[in-house]
Design a protein around this ligand. Structure first.
Ligand SMILES: C[S@@+](CC[C@H](N)C(=O)[O-])C[C@H]1O[C@@H](n2cnc3c(N)ncnc32)[C@H](O)[C@@H]1O
Length: 378
């Protein structure tokens, strides 16, 4: 392998490059990022190619904010013969681990859009050839690495693989979600995507179930509340705007025209338990939190929102939180990093889990998920 290929939203290549350069260096791997404006991807070439496979494991995809996908790749294949693009791919993957599936993709962008029809058609013969050459299992496997062929033009492509437990589960890193016709705003898709990406499918029903309590700060007109209500939660909406009437009619919503920075949930007694973290260290965990979920989409300075979220979590007002941080115009990666550092330094990684992503449905904002880690009683 030569380096890493990361997909990102077109226009965010520099943020994605600054982030991977720094995160790879933190893992002891040095290299340089190649970017092209509006290309929708970043290629990070490692000075020492023998480090690439380990780096792919070491980086936490769910903490790489601007990367929509994370793939270890070989050298870019160029001058491909349009009559046989399969043989060079087979040669490139000869030394790869056995993979469970193949995605033939192109980065998001106006220039690459016309390639997507070809990508779909090319997948079928390529998959058959890879299976015949024993490079793909005959049944799709969730756990085996996933092979990617990413066409930049009809004669050039990156070939590589991602790890299914450390990558986006979405083709091209893009969650294509259907807009629910009854949702009051398109923002609803941001929270839906965050849930689909941050919470493993087999845990979603248990972590967001009927009867739970949620708070939505900056809720109007109610797109995020809609996602909680449709999962059966009772939601306190905080905003001085108007909440969609059909949400109020469900009987699951209470509207407070308060300032989201001053609102407090109804407090109950919290018992703090001493439990062990994954390394066997003692940590204090709340047995219950005052509400289960906090979501927040207020348009506010990102560090103010980050501080508010950290306070809610620290005081056990909520067990999990999903919130947006609105991005500044410049040095977006560094602004995000300051907010994540604030959260991590106030809450600590011993008891809390952090994830952050520039989602497909986000624009000039990112989405963060923080939760109290599940704990084992002592
Ligand atoms: C982007 S909109 C939220 C959209 C909503 N998530 C949805 O899906 O429909 C931001 C909202 O934050 C509210 N807001 C901004 N500052 C606030 C504050 N300090 N307290 C409460 N709400 C606030 C605004 O009134 C606005 O309705």
């Amino acid at each position: 392998m030569k380096g890493l290929l990361l997909y990102c939203r077109p226009g965010f290549e520099n943020d994605c490059a600054a982030e991977i350069q720094e995160q790879a260096a933190d893992c002891g791997c040095y290299g340089f990022a190649k970017t092209e404006r509006q290309s929708g991807y970043v290629y990070f070439e490692c000075y020492d190619p023998s480090q690439v496979a380990a780096l792919l494991k070491q980086l936490n995809f769910f903490r790489l904010v601007f990367a929509r996908q994370l793939i270890a790749v070989s050298e870019l294949l160029t001058d491909l013969d349009v009559n046989d693009r399969i043989t060079p791919v087979l040669n490139a993957v000869a030394q790869y681990p056995l993979c469970g599936d193949i995605w033939v993709e192109a980065p998001e962008g106006d220039e690459t859009k016309p390639l997507l029809t070809f990508c779909r058609k090319f997948t079928v013969p390529l998959r058959a050839a890879l299976r015949k050459g024993n490079r793909l299992t005959s049944k799709e496997s969730d756990r085996k690495p996933r092979m990617h062929v990413c066409f930049l033009s009809n004669q050039s492509a990156f070939v590589g693989y991602s790890l299914t437990n450390n990558s986006s589960p979405f083709y091209m890193g893009i969650a294509r979600l259907k807009f629910p016709p009854k949702a009051p705003s398109r923002s609803t898709l941001k929270l839906d995507e965050a849930i689909q990406l941050f919470i493993p499918k087999d845990e979603q029903e248990q972590r967001l179930h009927p009867g739970m309590k949620g708070v939505d700060l900056g809720a109007c007109p109610g797109g995020w509340t809609y996602q909680l209500v449709r999962r059966g939660l009772f939601v306190s909406c905080v905003d001085n705007g108007a909440i969609d009437q059909s949400l109020m009619d469900t009987g699951q919503v209470k509207h407070y025209t308060d300032d989201g920075f001053k609102f407090q949930p109804l407090l109950r007694n919290v018992t703090w338990l001493t439990a062990k973290d994954e390394y066997g260290e003692k940590v204090q965990y709340p047995e219950h939190t005052h509400v289960n979920w906090l979501v927040c989409d207020m348009i506010e300075k990102p560090h103010r929102v980050a501080k508010l979220m950290a306070d809610w979590l620290e005081h056990a007002y909520c067990r999990e939180a999903i919130f947006n941080l609105k991005l500044p115009m410049k040095r977006r990666y560094y602004a995000v990093k300051e907010c994540l550092d604030l959260l991590i330094s106030q809450l600590g990684e011993q008891a809390f889990e952090f994830q952050a992503k520039h989602l497909y449905h986000d624009r000039e904002e990112i989405t963060v998920h923080v939760r109290w880690k599940p704990f084992k009683r002592k």
